[in-house]
Structures are given as C-alpha cells and as structure tokens.
Design a protein around this ligand. Structure first.
Ligand code: PLP
Length: 402
C-alpha cells in the first residue's frame, strides 16, 4: 500500500519540529541541550502528589477513576474559578470555563471552534511554534507583528489592522503570550496591553491570551492580565498546570466568552470526551492545599537562579555583535546573531563539534525570516551543566564570527 497516498493531506501543512530533529542529532552524544523547554524535575512536588493520589484513589476512587463531564469535574471547575480570581484573572459571570488536556489541547480546540480557512490571525514575531502549527492546521493566514523588550509592538499592530481594513479584509484574532513569552521571555508593557485592548475593541478582534509562565516571575513586575483588562468579552484566556505542578498531569484550562467555550466543549466531545478525571482531582487537591502556590514559589527561585547563571555566562563569553533578551520569567532567552548568520545551518556543527544544542529561531517566525536567531532554554539542565553549555555555545559563536 502507498502510505503517502493513504495519509490525509491536512498534516502536510505542519512542519516537523526542529526540536525533535535536534533530539535525533543529540542521541548517543554528550551534548548539552539548551533546546527543549522541559521543566526542572526538582520542581515537581513528588511526595505531596504521591500522598494526594493515594488518598484520592482510596477515598474518592469511585468518582476520581470514573468518566466525567466534558467541561471538567464540577468541583474542580469551582476551585479553578477561585484559583484564577485569586491570581488576578477576572472571570466574569458571562464567562465559561473548560478543562483541557494541557493548554495545547485548549489551543487546538480554540482552532477547531474559531478558525475557518483563510481567517487572518495576528501572532508575535517570534511566537510559540506549537500555536503556529495549530493555526496552520486550520489554514489560517498568519500575520506577524514585531516584538521587542516590551512585547508585541502594538503600533505596528495598529498599522496591520488599518491596512487590512483598507484592503477590505478583517483580522479575526490576535494570539499572544503577553507574560514571560515563549520564545523570548519578555512581557508586554502595561501601556501596550491597554493599547492592544483598545485596538481589539476598535477593530472587533478576539484576543487569545496564552499564559503558561506568569505564575513565577523573576522580578516584581506589575502587570494586569489581558483577560482582566477586557470589559467586552474579547479575551480567551488559556492556562496550564504544566509549569506549576507537572506537565505529566496534562491539565490546562480555557476561560472566555460562554459561546466560544460551548463550541470548544462540543469539539472536545469529539476529540477526547473529557480530560483525565484523576488528574483533575489531583490538581484540585493541590490547589486547595496550597501545594500549587508553594511549587510556584519554588519554581521561581530555581528558574531565577538558572536564568541568572545563563545571563552571566552570556555576558561574560558571547562575542560582541550578538544581542539577547533578558527573560523576566519563563524558560527562554532569544538570541539575535549578526545579520547574515544562519543558526539552522550552523546547528549540526554546534552539536557535532561543540556538543551543544539550541533551537534555530526561524521556526518561531511565520514569515520565513529570523534565520539569524536562536532560542536558548535554561529550565532543565543543572546550573553547572547550563553554564558549561552556554560557554560551549560562546566558543562556537566566537569561532564562527572570527
Ligand atoms: C506559550 C505556550 N503555550 C502553551 C504551552 C503548552 O503547555 P501545556 O500543553 O503543557 O499546557 C507551552 C508549553 O511549553 C507554551 O510555552
């Protein structure tokens, strides 16, 4: 049988992830990977989770091991509402709430519920690769808007919106990671957040606020969630337990206008009926007992130390002519090499000769640019390994720029 003909065409729109390709390259070598963004396993509250899980199975097993509603376990939805409100995410009476299998599934369900082929979706430049793949899957037209240390440049966004309108086209939504962004680690300033919401109102846009990292910011930053600034029901907020408990639970959530959540619920019935009941019971208890808050505080200390170590090594050893972002939270720094350098072409040499891996940044650009950029993750390796990895990368860059 001809397998190529057997496979549905829709998947051909999705590029194989560079990260996976890099993993293949690193196999069997002593490579230090600054590529993938895995959480540090020291953050996982293992003993507490073991205790909770045993208790739940023994005492509430009948419900916790059973099928549950598509929207989520009712009691968990209640706890989640409180958790979100306490964190400053405004959940209004008109909002619906849906539990998903990671915020990645929430994004996919949003795509299923909202994106028709040809719809225009604005994304940051650079933006989160897996979101791009979702939008591509649903044949959206992706329009990038530049990002700097203050997040998405909303003046450029305004120009994009105006020009689209002049062409008689309509931008349907903006996808943003406004707080401690992936891949850059920067946050959108309050001024731009307000401007974005003004534009959303003026141009009748939906905004997807993807928020995996705001739980642990490295510095005291004063910011308000877009969801909270929104007074017109224009923001779909996505959250996750991946970075504050464990990604293995596969739990995320979406909060937003009820009709959108209802459509996502309908989609979810077809995709997986519901997210893991057991995971929801575990996350619910972890939230109630303050384990999530404690874990987020620990995560902040662990990742801040790593961020500082990475920045220190970069400042000490990276050659002149290279710029990088200073992450205010999250797992990543984004590096800009001099124009003309090609981080993707350089990668095999970095892995084979210098034993260090990174993600070429062009995959985070939807317009084919960004060849001279790379994403470095500081979240996973132990501090000394991380430092050595950055020094190896610095040696490689020094040799390439001689
Ligand atoms: C910006 C962003 N959105 C969504 C996710 C997906 O997280 P999960 O599916 O584990 O909730 C990630 C994970 O790295 C991310 O960085």
């Amino acid at each position: 049988m001809e397998m190529g003909e057997l496979l549905a065409r829709r998947l051909s729109r999705i590029e194989a992830s560079d990260v996976r390709e890099i993993l293949k390259l690193t196999e069997g070598r002593q490579v230090i990977s600054l590529a993938g963004g895995l959480p540090d396993p020291r953050v996982f509250p293992r003993e507490e989770l073991a205790e909770i899980t045993r208790e739940i199975i023994e005492e509430k097993g009948e419900a916790a091991l059973q099928y549950s509603p598509t929207r989520g376990v009712t009691a968990f939805l209640e706890v989640l509402r409180g958790f979100l409100s306490q964190r400053g995410v405004r959940v209004s009476g008109d909002d619906g709430l849906l539990v998903a299998t990671g915020s990645q599934e929430a994004l996919f369900l949003a795509g299923l519920a909202l994106v028709n082929p040809g719809d225009i979706v604005v994304v940051e430049k650079p933006t989160y690769l897996a979101a791009v793949n979702v939008f591509r899957f649903f044949q959206a037209r992706l329009v990038p808007v530049r990002l700097d240390e203050e997040g998405m440049d909303t003046v450029e966004l305004e120009r994009v919106l105006r020009e689209a309108e002049e062409r008689g086209e309509r931008v349907k939504m903006v996808y943003t990671v406004p707080t401690a962004q992936n891949p850059s680690g920067v946050s959108m300033s309050m001024e731009r957040r307000r401007h974005l919401m003004e534009l959303a109102s003026a141009y009748d846009l939906l905004v997807i606020e993807d928020d995996p990292y705001s739980y642990f910011m490295f510095e005291e930053t004063d910011f308000t969630f877009l969801k909270t600034l929104d007074t017109e029901g224009r923001v779909l907020y996505l959250g996750t337990s991946s970075k504050i408990l464990t990604p293995g639970l596969r739990l995320g959530w979406a909060v937003g206008p009820e009709p959108i959540i209802a459509a996502m619920e309908t989609a979810k019935q077809t995709v997986d009926l519901h997210s893991s009941t057991l995971s929801q019971f575990i996350a619910m208890e972890a939230m109630k007992r303050g384990i999530v808050d404690r874990t987020a505080r620990r995560a902040r200390e662990i990742y801040r130390e790593k961020r500082d170590a990475m920045l220190e090594e970069m400042e000490a050893h990276f050659p002149r002519g290279i710029r990088w972002t200073r992450p205010v939270g999250g797992f990543f720094s984004f590096v800009y090499l001099p124009e003309g350098m090609d981080a993707k072409e350089m990668l095999p040499e970095a892995v084979e000769k210098y034993q260090v891996a990174y993600v070429p940044g062009y995959s985070f650009y939807v317009d084919g640019t960004g060849r001279n950029t790379m994403r470095l993750s500081f979240s996973f390796p132990p501090v000394d390994v991380l430092r050595e990895g950055v020094r190896r990368l610095a040696r490689f860059l020094q040799d390439k720029m001689k």
